[in-house]
Write a protein that binds this ligand. Structure first.
Ligand SMILES: C[S@@+](CC[C@H](N)C(=O)[O-])C[C@H]1O[C@@H](n2cnc3c(N)ncnc32)[C@H](O)[C@@H]1O
Length: 256
């Protein structure tokens, strides 16, 4: 049984349905603010990039599905990839391009790039926003060359994830209100099975923000909001956790 209603998002002057992509236009000014509404995406991007090894292949390509404003880009610096980002949101892509991403406007369920073109495909915080997530998985695997690497992170389809990522997180400044539709959260077993069907042996691990760092960040952010002081301090680290019940990363190599 689902325990969170579909609800709405209030991201500014207009009220939109949950998971409506126009929210990213309303929040366009938030992407690159380290302590802004998308702060947690910065922390997750760092953790995702850590799964990607440097490449020595000339012209190695990393395709970043649902790239948003390109928050992965700084964390890939020096790893040797050409970073191509695919997203439906033009306002986000414009910012990704400013950060060195080669951008393609398109749907991650029908990517206008050739089979086997990618050494790495990344799908960070995307699957839980797409009603037909298996089609994104199929596209990600199609884009990978044999031996290529898939990295992703998403929210599990569990009551605990709905409680933590919607009911609790949307009351904190870490997640914009209404950005998630909990009905789209991604069952971890189904995801592993879908990847296997497309030749990728996906290994999962649970992740979460490191607790002390998160509390310090929340307190600092509250102090900044109250006093207007400039915020300077370390971002919380994303650390592995035993359970995949809320947030999890996946990493797998395409066979063939
Ligand atoms: C939560 S944001 C994550 C952005 C980025 N991956 C990151 O971690 O910073 C989700 C992104 O997915 C994009 N998106 C949603 N549905 C999509 C689809 N069907 N195809 C491509 N992009 C999509 C949104 O526009 C948004 O930029």
């Amino acid at each position: 049984m689902r325990d969170v209603d579909a609800g709405t998002a209030s991201t500014g002057p207009r009220v939109l349905p949950r998971n409506d992509p126009r929210q990213y236009d309303d929040l366009a000014g938030e992407w690159w603010r380290p302590d802004g509404a998308f702060a947690m995406l910065h922390w997750l991007a760092a953790a995702r990039a850590a799964l990607v090894p440097p490449t020595s292949r000339p012209d190695a390509l990393l395709v970043d599905l649902g790239c948003g404003a390109g928050l992965l880009a700084p964390h890939l610096s020096g790893k040797g990839y050409r970073h191509v980002g695919v997203d439906v949101t033009r306002s986000a892509l414009a910012q990704a391009a400013e950060h060195g991403v080669c951008v393609v406007q398109g749907d991650a369920t029908a990517v206008p790039l050739p089979d086997g073109c990618a050494d790495v495909v990344s799908a960070g915080e995307l699957l839980e926003h797409v009603p037909a997530w298996p089609r994104v998985v199929a596209e990600a695997c199609r884009l990978l060359r044999p031996g290529g690497l898939l990295v992703l992170d998403t929210l599990n389809d569990t009551a605990l994830a709905r409680l933590v990522a919607v009911r609790i997180a949307e009351r904190l400044p870490t997640v914009p209100r209404g950005i998630h539709d909990p009905r789209l959260f991604v069952d971890a077993r189904a995801l592993v099975a879908e990847c296997a069907r497309h030749g990728v042996d996906l290994r999962l691990r649970g992740i979460r923000p490191q607790a002390g760092g998160l509390v310090a960040w929340l307190l600092r952010r509250r102090r900044v909001a109250r006093t207007g002081a400039t915020s300077a301090g370390r971002a919380p680290r994303i650390v592995p956790t035993r359970s995949t019940a809320v947030l999890y990363q996946g990493r797998g190599v395409r066979n063939g």
